[in-house]
Design a protein around this ligand. Structure first.
Ligand code: SF4
Length: 718
C-alpha cells in the first residue's frame, strides 16, 4: 500500500457573502475533504451544510458528468456544438467580435458576468469591455442581488461601503433584521447571532418579513408586514421616534443634511396609517419604535427583501434614514449593514464590473473618473455612454441592438425575471458565448460557443465578503479536461481581438492573478476602498483583511464613519426624502395571490453545484409552492396536489404545500429549481421554466434591480 499524504490548502467557501474560510484537503489530484478554517474571522472553523459538503461536489466522476470540459462551437443553430481547440475557438470569437464591432459599433456587443467570479476575473472582463472594446455593456448578476444596497449607501452615506463588521453583532442591543432570512441565507452569521443572544439575554431581535421564516420565529418581535410596504414601516418608526423624542438631535445637526425636508414626509406616516398599509398591529409598531429609539446600539441586517424590489433603493435609504436620525452609525454594535448574497458581489463592485461603475468605486458619469481609469489603463478614453444593466441588456439583445452576448459564470435562463423574454433574447442574439464550469445549466443549450472554465478548488484569486473583508481563494487541484481560468480566457481573447481591431489596447499580458491584483490595488489609491497596502503576501501572512488598507497600514478598518465624516462632498450624511410606493403588481380578483421567491437553507442559486450532492436534498427534495392552509382549503387544494400557477407572463406547475409561515393571500417558491419536465426532456413534457417564468422584470429607477420578490399570480388545481 502506498500512503498518499493529504495536502491542505486554505481557501474560501464559494457559496455566500458570509465568506467563510475553508481548508481544502486533497491528494493533489482530487479533493478529498473540506473543513472550516479555525483562523478565519468570518467563521472561526464553522461551516454550514452547503460549505461542509463542498468536497462532495468536486468528486472526479461527477466532474466528468456535469462539467464543461472542452471548448465547443457550432457554426449554425441546426447543428450541435462540436469540440474545437482553444486557439481556433478564440480566433473565431475574435473574428466575430471584430466584424460586428466594425460594422455596428462597440455597443453591439455585451457581457453578462457574475458575483461568483473572483475579483481578478472581474477586473479583466471589465477592462476588456470598457478598455479594449469601448463599451459599458457589461453587467453582472449582482444587479439581481445588491444594486439597491449600493444605490442606498451611495445616496445617503456617499459611498458603496457597508460601515459595519460581523463583530458588531457581539456589541449590539437590538438586531433589526429586515428582508433577510439570515438563518437560511447566511447560516454561519446566524450562528454568531445565536451565540450573541446566549451571551447577552438583553439583546433584542426584531424581524421584518412577510413570512414567518426560521429567523422570524426566533425574534422577540416579528413584524409580518405586507409585501413591499417596508418604506411605510421605516417612515412610521421614524414618525414615532420623532413623537417620542428618541432622535439624536446633535448628530442630525452636526453630521447630516436634509432632515427638515424629510421630517415633513414622515409626519404623515401616523401609526394608524402605517399599521393599515403594512397590515400590522399599531401596538407592535409602538413597541418596535420604543426598542429602536431606546437601544444604546442598533444593528440592522438586511438583504434581498429590501433589494429585490422596484423601490429597493428607497427601502435601503429609508432604513438608513432611521439610523441617521437616531445616531445609530459609526459606533460599536450600530449601523445599517447590508448582507451580500453572493460570495463576491462586493469584489465585483470594487473593480467597477457593472454597467454604471468604473474601477476603484469610480462612477462612469464623472468625466474625471473616466479620465483616471483611462490613464491607469494607458488608453485615450473610457466610453461615457452608460451601459445596459441586466434587464435592459437582455432587452437590447431581444431587440437586436446587442448582437453578440458573452455570458460568464451565471445562468440567466433560470435566474432572470420573465423567462420567456430572456429566452427570446438568447435565441435572437447572433452569437451567444457561455463561459461556464458546468455544462448542465439551463443557459448552456443556448450557447453557440461553450468555453469550459475552472471553478472552486481549482482557481486562485481573492473575494470580498459582506463586512468588506478580502480573503484569498486558492486552487488545490487542476481543472478537469481543458478548462481554463476565467481571467486567462478573457486575457487570451483580448490579445487576439486587439490585433484584429488594430487599436491601442490596455495591457492583458498578465502571467498570474497576483499581477491583476496588484494593478487593481494601484487603481484604488486615495479612493474610499484604498487597498494599496494589501498584497497577496500580507493576506497570506496576516490572513483576511477588511478594507480600506492603504499603504503603510498594518490592519484594515473594522468600522467606518467613527469620526462621523461621511463620504459625501461636504462630509455630511444625507437624509433622502423617499416616497412610499407599493409593489408594481397589485393582487386583484384575477391574480389574487402574492408570489414571493427566495433561498432554501441547503441549496445555492440554480443548483449547478449543490444539485450534485444528494445529502443537500434531505432538507427539501422538490420544488413546491407554499401556501396558507386556509387558502388551500378554500380552493379544495390538498397538500401534495399539483397546481397551475400563472400570470400574464406564463404558467408553471408546482406541488402545493401547506405552510404556517404565510399569511393568507401570500405564497412562496424557492428560486433554485429551473426547467421541470413530467418525464423525458422534450418540449411537450416541459411543465415550466422555474419560478422566474412568473417573476416581474420591473426595475428600480435608481438601482435598476428587478422586483423578483413580488408578482401577482393565480393558482388553480392542475
Ligand atoms: Fe459557505 Fe455561506 Fe455556509 Fe459560510 S455560511 S459555509 S460562506 S455557504
Amino acid at each position: 500500500l502506498t500512503h498518499v499524504a493529504t495536502l491542505e490548502t486554505k481557501s474560501t467557501c464559494c457559496y455566500c457573502g458570509v465568506g467563510c474560510g475553508v481548508i481544502i484537503e486533497s491528494d493533489g489530484k482530487q479533493v478529498t475533504g473540506v473543513r472550516g478554517d479555525p483562523d478565519h474571522p468570518a467563521n472561526f472553523g464553522k461551516l454550514c451544510s452547503k460549505g461542509s459538503n463542498l468536497h462532495l461536489s468536486a468528486k472526479p466522476l461527477l466532474q466528468q458528468q456535469v462539467r464543461a470540459l472542452y471548448p465547443e462551437l457550432r457554426s449554425d443553430r441546426t447543428q450541435t456544438r462540436q469540440r474545437i481547440n482553444w486557439e481556433s475557438c478564440l480566433d473565431s470569437m475574435a473574428d466575430q467580435f471584430a466584424t460586428t464591432i466594425k460594422e455596428h459599433g462597440p455597443d453591439s456587443v455585451g457581457f453578462y458576468i457574475s458575483g461568483q467570479l473572483l475579483t481578478e476575473d472581474y477586473y479583466v472582463f471589465n477592462k476588456l469591455a470598457k478598455g479594449l472594446i469601448g463599451t459599458n455593456n457589461i453587467d453582472s448578476n449582482s444587479r439581481l442581488c445588491m444594486s439597491s444596497a449600493v444605490a442606498g449607501y451611495k445616496q445617503t452615506l456617499g459611498s458603496d461601503a457597508p460601515p459595519c463588521s460581523y463583530e458588531d453583532i457581539d456589541h449590539t442591543d437590538l438586531l433589526f433584521i429586515a428582508g433577510s432570512n439570515t438563518a437560511f441565507a447566511h447560516p454561519i452569521l446566524y450562528r454568531r447571532i445565536e451565540r450573541a443572544r446566549e451571551n447577552n439575554p438583553h439583546l433584542k431581535m426584531i424581524v421584518v418579513d412577510p413570512r414567518r421564516t426560521d429567523t422570524a420565529r426566533d425574534a422577540d418581535l416579528h413584524l409580518a408586514i405586507l409585501p413591499g410596504t417596508d418604506v411605510a414601516l421605516f417612515h412610521g418608526l421614524l414618525h414615532l421616534c420623532l413623537w417620542e423624542d428618541y432622535l439624536n438631535h446633535d448628530f442630525i445637526a452636526e453630521h447630516t443634511e436634509g432632515f427638515a425636508e424629510f421630517k415633513k414626509t414622515v409626519r404623515d406616516f401616523t401609526p394608524a396609517k402605517v399599521a393599515q398599509i403594512c397590515g400590522i398591529k399599531e401596538q407592535d409598531l409602538h413597541l418596535a419604535a420604543q426598542w429602536f429609539g431606546q437601544a444604546k446600539a442598533v444593528l440592522s441586517l438586511y438583504c434581498q427583501g429590501l433589494n429585490q424590489s422596484a423601490s429597493g433603493t428607497a427601502k435601503n435609504a429609508a432604513l438608513i434614514n432611521l439610523h441617521l436620525a437616531t445616531g445609530q452609525i459609526g459606533k460599536p454594535g450600530a449601523g445599517p449593514f447590508s448582507l451580500t448574497g453572493q460570495p463576491n458581489a462586493m469584489g465585483g463592485r470594487e473593480v467597477g464590473g457593472m454597467a454604471n461603475l468604473l474601477s476603484g468605486h469610480r462612477d462612469l458619469n464623472k468625466p474625471e473618473h473616466r479620465a483616471e481609469v483611462a490613464a491607469l489603463w494607458g488608453i485615450d478614453e473610457v466610453p461615457a455612454q452608460p451601459g445596459k444593466t441586466a434587464v435592459e441588456l437582455f432587452e437590447a439583445v431581444r431587440l437586436g441592438e446587442i448582437k453578440l452576448l458573452w455570458i460568464v459564470c451565471t445562468n440567466p435562463a433560470q435566474s432572470m425575471p420573465d423567462q420567456h423574454l430572456i429566452r427570446e433574447a438568447l435565441l435572437k442574439a447572433e452569437l451567444v458565448i457561455v463561459q461556464e464550469a458546468y455544462a448542465s445549466t439551463a443557459t448552456v443549450p443556448y450557447a453557440d460557443i461553450l468555453l469550459p472554465a475552472s471553478t472552486w478548488s481549482e482557481k486562485s484569486g481573492t473575494v470580498t465578503n459582506s463586512e468588506r473583508r478580502i480573503s484569498r481563494v486558492n486552487g488545490a487541484i487542476s481543472a478537469p479536461g481543458e478548462a481554463r481560468h476565467d481571467w486567462e480566457i478573457a486575457c487570451q481573447f483580448a490579445q487576439k481581438l486587439a490585433l484584429k481591431l488594430n487599436k491601442k489596447s490596455p495591457d492583458f499580458s498578465y502571467a498570474k492573478p497576483e499581477e491583476i491584483w496588484n494593478e487593481h490595488r494601484a487603481s484604488t489609491r486615495r479612493r474610499d476602498l484604498d487597498i494599496t497596502g494589501l498584497s497577496y503576501d500580507i493576506l497570506q501572512k496576516q490572513g483576511p483583511q477588511q478594507w480600506p488598507f492603504p499603504e503603510g497600514a498594518n490592519q484594515g478598518k473594522a468600522r467606518l464613519y467613527e469620526d462621523h465624516q461621511f463620504a459625501t462632498s461636504n462630509g455630511r450624511a444625507r437624509f433622502i426624502n423617499v416616497a412610499y410606493s407599493p409593489t408594481i403588481e397589485k393582487t386583484n380578483p384575477h391574480y389574487p395571490f402574492a408570489l414571493n421567491t427566495g433561498r432554501l437553507r441547503d441549496q445555492w442559486h440554480g443548483m449547478s453545484r449543490t444539485g450534485t450532492v444528494a445529502q443537500l436534498f434531505a432538507h427539501a427534495a422538490e420544488p413546491v409552492i407554499e401556501m396558507a392552509a386556509q387558502d388551500m382549503e378554500r380552493r379544495f387544494i390538498k397538500d401534495g396536489d399539483l397546481v397551475e400557477v400563472s400570470n400574464g407572463r406564463g404558467m408553471q406547475r408546482f406541488i402545493a404545500s401547506a405552510s404556517d409561515s404565510l399569511q393568507t393571500g401570500q405564497t412562496f417558491v424557492a428560486m433554485h429549481w429551473g426547467e421541470e419536465f413530467v418525464s423525458g426532456e422534450t418540449d411537450q413534457n416541459r411543465i415550466g421554466l422555474g419560478v422566474n417564468t412568473l417573476s416581474n422584470p420591473a426595475i428600480d429607477p435608481d438601482s435598476k434591480q428587478p422586483e423578483l420578490k413580488h408578482s401577482a399570480i393565480k393558482i388553480t388545481k392542475a
